[in-house]
Structure formats: structure tokens, C-alpha cells
Design a protein around this ligand. Structure first.
Ligand code: 13P
Length: 260
């Protein structure tokens, strides 16, 4: 049985200027180097605004973190005012890109089809996509959670049908929309149930190897004091954190609390 490397990812959303991003990195690095323990930290990632990407990779690496973006356009280049391509992100050292965050789906009308194409384009450019899925409160109350998640995940898996290696490298974040920024976390049992269903869907389409390798994160009001319990669940391999990732000390505490 293979072990998956845990991933702790911060999604800064539209927060932090470049100066603030650098201050975060130096504070995190200081905390980490001052820490007396030497646990096996999860893979650490911060997904920053486009404007903070330039020059951030090196200091991040020095602090043991990776660099990610929060969105990209699917076209290689072209007349898409205001958009950013995959190549522009890899040039700045992005290892990961968040795709299909619920805020993108809700405010920028991103469809399952667009997220699926972006996933292919991210892989083709050597980035790992971190694909977000999740149901609204109304959908949960109507008992439609499983259906909603399976449709969103299915669109991406279908696009990857002829690319099993990419499917293995996929990261899927389950973020129930009602838990984002609300202080209301899904119970660990509910989060585990959805994560297990996602893994089963990967298994059905790609087999054991991909299902055992794919990493599934939980997101939605994750904080230093609840991350440990969530990560104790069998199918939850990490967390995608918004608000609590903005403060270096809180991000550091989450790294410590999810270390093995
Ligand atoms: P919060 O951690 O602020 O609830 O945000 C979650 C999220 O949307 C991460 O992508």
C-alpha cells in the first residue's frame, strides 16, 4: 500500500501585496528554522495572487514551500484581455495551479468543461492542477452532494481518460461551499465520506494505482486546531486553507499539526 505525501496548501485569494507576501515568507522561514522539533512536514504550498508571483519562488524554496497560482486561462496565448497563460505561470516557477475554485465558478462562471480543459493544459505545461469541487448548502440539504461532486470530478477524469499518469498526479480539493469562510467546518465524517467517494470514482475510471496515488484535500474553515482531526481520516491527504493561511504563524502551526 502506497503512502501519499500530505499537502498543506494556502489559498491567499485576493490578499497580500508583494511586500506582504515577502514578509509572510520571511516570517514563516524564521519560525520554521527556530522550531526545535524536526518533524516530517507535509508538502507546503502557497497559491498567491498573480502580482506576487515574480521572484517569490526562491525565498519560498528556502523556507521549504512551493509556489502556486489561483487560476489560469486555457489558451496558449491570444486576445484574452486580463488573462494569464500556463506558460506565464511556469516561467515564474509555479509548481501548482488552483483550478475551478468555487469563487471562480460562482463569480466568473467557470464551467466543468472549462475546468477540465484547464486541467489538461496545466499538465501539458508541467504544472500540477489542484482542482476544487464542492456543493452548496441547498444542494447538501436536498441530498444532492454525491451527485454534484461526481459530476464535477467526472468532467476532469473524462478529460484525462487517455492520460493515466496525469490522473495519478492530480490533486482534488473537496471544499463544501457552505464551509468556506464561514467558520463552519464539515464534520470529519462528512469530509471523509466525500473524499472516499472521490477516490472510488478515480478507482473506477483509472484503477488502483491512480486511486491510491491521487491526493484529496479538504477545504473550508480549516484552522490550526481542526486540521489534525481532518487529516486523521483515511482519504483526506491534506488541506486547502484560505483565511488561516494568511498569517505565517497560523500557517506554521498547521504545518506542525499536520506533520507526521
Ligand atoms: P477558508 O479557509 O477561509 O474557509 O477558505 C477555504 C477556501 O476557499 C480555500 O480555497
Amino acid at each position: 500500500m502506497m503512502t501519499r505525501t500530505r499537502l498543506l496548501a494556502g489559498n491567499w485569494k485576493m490578499h497580500k501585496t508583494r511586500a506582504e507576501a515577502y514578509a509572510f515568507v520571511s516570517e514563516f522561514t524564521r519560525l520554521r528554522s527556530a522550531s526545535p522539533s524536526d518533524p516530517t512536514y507535509p508538502e507546503l504550498l502557497v497559491c498567491v495572487p498573480f502580482t506576487a508571483l515574480t521572484g517569490l519562488r526562491e525565498p519560498l524554496e528556502a523556507g521549504g514551500m512551493k509556489l502556486g497560482a489561483q487560476n489560469m486561462h486555457e489558451a496558449e496565448r491570444g486576445a484574452f484581455t486580463g488573462e494569464v497563460s500556463a506558460e506565464m505561470l511556469t516561467e515564474l516557477g509555479c509548481d501548482y495551479v488552483i483550478l475551478g475554485h468555487s469563487e471562480r465558478r460562482q463569480y466568473f462562471a467557470e464551467s466543468d468543461a472549462a475546468v477540465a480543459i484547464k486541467t489538461l493544459v496545466a499538465f501539458a505545461n508541467g504544472m500540477r492542477p489542484l482542482v476544487c469541487v464542492g456543493e452548496t448548502l441547498e444542494e447538501r440539504e436536498r441530498g444532492e452532494t454525491a451527485q454534484k461532486i461526481s459530476t464535477q470530478v467526472g468532467a476532469v477524469l473524462t478529460a484525462l481518460a487517455s492520460r493515466p499518469t496525469d490522473a495519478q498526479a492530480l490533486v482534488i480539493a473537496y471544499e463544501p461551499i457552505w464551509a468556506i469562510g464561514t467558520g463552519r467546518t464539515a464534520s470529519r465524517e462528512d469530509a471523509q465520506e466525500v473524499a472516499a467517494a472521490i477516490r472510488a470514482q478515480v478507482r473506477e475510471q483509472f484503477g488502483d494505482e491512480a486511486a491510491d496515488a491521487v491526493r484529496i484535500l479538504y477545504g473550508g474553515s480549516v484552522k490550526p486546531d481542526n486540521i489534525g482531526a481532518l487529516l486523521a481520516e483515511a482519504d483526506i491527504d491534506g488541506a486547502l486553507v484560505g483565511g488561516a493561511s494568511l498569517d505565517a504563524e497560523s500557517f506554521f502551526k498547521m504545518a506542525e499539526n499536520s506533520a507526521l
